[in-house]
Design a protein. Structure first.
Length: 187
């Protein structure tokens, strides 16, 4: 009971600070979502980016960030790698390897659309790797589709980049990239 009271007091203090500082745009707009965990979950409002560190790449479209939080990329699907009911799907390992090359051990920006998490309690996010030289961050979700490591998989209401992903998929198909070349029977 004391722990819950302490948590609620901390939430109240943070909310008051947020109201004060947000007038001057010093703090990002965040909201608290109560959970059954001992600590409240802080989530970024839709369309705002948050910088996080990727600890582990699970497969082509799922990562683990600091705090052992799993993140599922929005709007895309890569061939399965860890489904115990079936063998690794065509291009599944290649997609996982490319995702690992892009993000593992790096700080990335994640961005929420509308939904917070999927039924497996993974955060649903778009992901960017900050640019070092070019000035333009790499949009990982788009890149994986455009290079043929993933296909478009849309689940409303998370549709902010749906049209961009469909155009990327058309480009990958037309140029016979990745799974569109290696796995023509399934796709």
């Amino acid at each position: 009971m004391i722990k819950k009271q302490t948590i609620y007091i901390l939430i109240l203090i943070f909310a008051v600070l947020q109201l004060f500082f947000n007038k001057n745009n010093f703090l990002p707009k965040v909201s608290f979502i109560p959970t059954n965990t001992p600590f409240p979950t802080i989530t970024i409002a839709p369309y705002e980016k948050q910088l996080v560190k990727v600890i582990l790449v699970i497969d082509g479209d799922t990562i683990e960030i600091e705090g052992k939080v799993k993140v599922r990329y929005i709007g895309i699907n890569t061939p399965e790698l860890h489904d115990p009911r079936r063998p690794i799907e065509c291009f599944g390992q290649a997609a996982a390897d490319e995702n690992k090359r892009l993000v593992e051990g790096k700080e990335v920006y994640i961005q929420k659309d509308v939904s917070e998490a999927d039924k497996y309690k993974r955060l649903l996010r778009y992901v960017w790797v900050p640019s070092i030289n070019s000035g333009q961050d790499l949009f990982v979700n788009d890149y994986l589709v455009r290079q043929g490591f993933a296909q478009v998989s849309t689940f409303p209401p998370d549709v902010k980049y749906q049209q961009q992903f469909l155009e990327a998929q058309t480009e990958a198909k037309e140029n016979n990239r990745g799974l569109w070349k290696e796995c023509p029977i399934k796709y």
